[in-house]
Design a protein around this ligand. Structure first.
Ligand code: 3MF
Ligand code: MG
Length: 371
């Protein structure tokens, strides 16, 4: 009995710690939210055309504040359309004009990502393309993205390795491909001493098999790079689920390495096409656990944003076509409340007592609001 009490006491102490910072203050992270202009979507998919009217970038910007968001995520060509047909000076001038639009709208750029999956030169991949000229194109474009990011006022560059992988395993030498990926990262690090590279892993789509399918792969590349302190990751809920992994554990792994620098929260209903569903729409408990892991690690206290990579359903009519963004943010905020009000004392006692059935019920009833 005495042993049990001591155990429970120790567990309670630990639980108290989790709710407070390392200095013992209560966690009060004020979360800042971001999304990309592609998240206001016309509904086109591989089998059908757009079903909603396009909205220009300049008309999208004021919507951010209206929806309660302050961070804008960019692809290089979201900021600089027709990027390949402009001179380097024209590219920078256009980026400066976008910076002014952001400033005027009271918004900030969170990151810029090179779009390495649409150009004919990237059909067979960018950094891992078998053709050296095409690999050079991918590197040049990634370096230009770093310059654009600097003009937009952010040092974060996201690399989603969309076509770095294969449809036919024998078409590439995977060991060599990883060498090239590392080389590309090192070239980016050398280009600007401030740049931070966030690798966004995804196991498949558009490729059959993608290189760097999980955050573990990304972080192992980071440590091999010339400056591991400037290479980290962005985790997307759906991408972790497509890899058959628990998104909150993936996030915890990156947080443990101090390498979770952005997230793409959304949801995914099993192993299908990348659905980019509203956060929490498919699995509330997984949403709760992602927020719990982020909150406990103090995510957001070093300027990290809560990014949402969500799309309205194709079946959503024009009206309310932005609701998926507002709803995802709202569900995140409800989950923060759920995390902060979770009965940690009961949790600690149940853990100490190894009464996991009781813990299961506690979690579910807490989420249902029936306690
Ligand atoms: C693909 C994605 C991408 C990336 C984006 C920024 C279009 O599954 O999630 O969204 O997030 O390119 O890296
Ligand atoms: Mg994403």
């Amino acid at each position: 009995m005495a042993k049990k009490t001591t155990q429970a006491k120790a567990a309670r102490g630990k639980a108290r710690q989790a709710q407070t910072t390392e200095y013992g203050e209560p966690r009060t992270t004020v979360y800042r939210f971001s999304f990309g202009p592609w998240n206001i979507h016309e509904g086109a998919d591989p089998f059908g055309p757009p079903v909603r009217d396009p909205i220009s970038f300049s008309r999208k910007l004021p919507l951010y504040k209206e929806l309660g968001f302050e961070g804008v995520q960019f692809h290089d060509d979201d900021a600089v359309p027709d990027i390949n047909s402009r001179s380097p000076q024209q590219v920078l001038r256009q980026a400066q004009a976008v910076r002014k639009m952001l400033d005027d709208a009271g918004l900030v750029a969170e990151f810029v990502a090179p779009r390495l999956w649409e150009d004919p030169r990237t059909i067979d991949g960018g950094f891992t393309n078998n053709d050296p000229d095409n690999r050079q194109y991918a590197i040049d474009r990634a370096l230009q993205t770093i310059d654009i990011a600097a003009e937009l006022g952010t040092n974060k560059v996201v690399v989603w390795l969309a076509r770095e992988g294969t449809y036919i395993r024998e078409s590439k030498n995977a060991r060599q491909a990883h060498e090239w990926l590392l080389e590309a990262i090192n070239r980016m690090l050398a280009h600007n001493p401030n740049v931070h590279i966030l690798i966004e892993p995804k196991p498949n789509e558009p490729m059959d098999s993608a290189y760097i399918p999980t955050i573990g792969h990304a972080i192992s590349l980071a440590y091999l790079s010339d400056d591991p302190t400037r290479v980290g990751g962005l985790i997307e809920t759906a991408h972790a689920k497509l890899a058959g992994l628990d998104p909150s554990d993936e996030m915890a792994f990156a947080l443990f390495h101090k390498k979770l620098w952005s997230v793409h929260l959304n949801d995914q209903n099993g192993l299908k096409f990348d659905e980019d569903k509203t956060f929490g729409a498919a699995n509330l408990r997984e949403a709760f656990n992602q927020v719990r892991v982020l909150e406990e690690a103090g995510y957001g206290q070093n300027g990290e944003m809560v990014g949402l990579d969500v799309k309205a359903m194709r079946t959503q009519k024009e009206e309310n076509r932005l609701a998926h963004l507002a709803n995802s943010k709202r569900i995140f905020e409800i989950m923060v409340e759920k995390v902060r009000t979770f009965d940690r004392r009961a949790e600690a006692e149940m853990i100490a007592d190894r009464d996991y059935e009781a813990l299961e019920r506690l979690v579910i009833e807490h989420l249902l609001g029936t306690l």
